[in-house]
Ligand binder design. Structure first.
Ligand SMILES: [Zn+2]
Length: 60
């Protein structure tokens, strides 16, 4: 929680919808990311320049 402000300046982190085990950090502007906990890939959309949202699951 202490580093939340710092994170916000570089990207956005959200909870993985698959494993719910932890937060995924997405650098600003990235449109895909992978959960470091379960390996699931996610498509990302940026609602605002600071706030990202999961758009859907990445099928590989
Ligand atoms: Zn996960």
């Amino acid at each position: 929680m202490a580093d939340k402000k710092e994170d916000k300046e570089k990207g956005y982190s959200f909870r993985c919808m698959r494993c719910l085990g932890g937060r995924i950090f997405v650098p600003r502007g990235e449109t895909t990311t992978h959960c470091p906990h379960c390996g699931q890939g996610w498509r990302i959309t940026w609602v605002t320049p600071e706030v990202a949202k999961i758009r859907g699951r990445l099928v590989e």
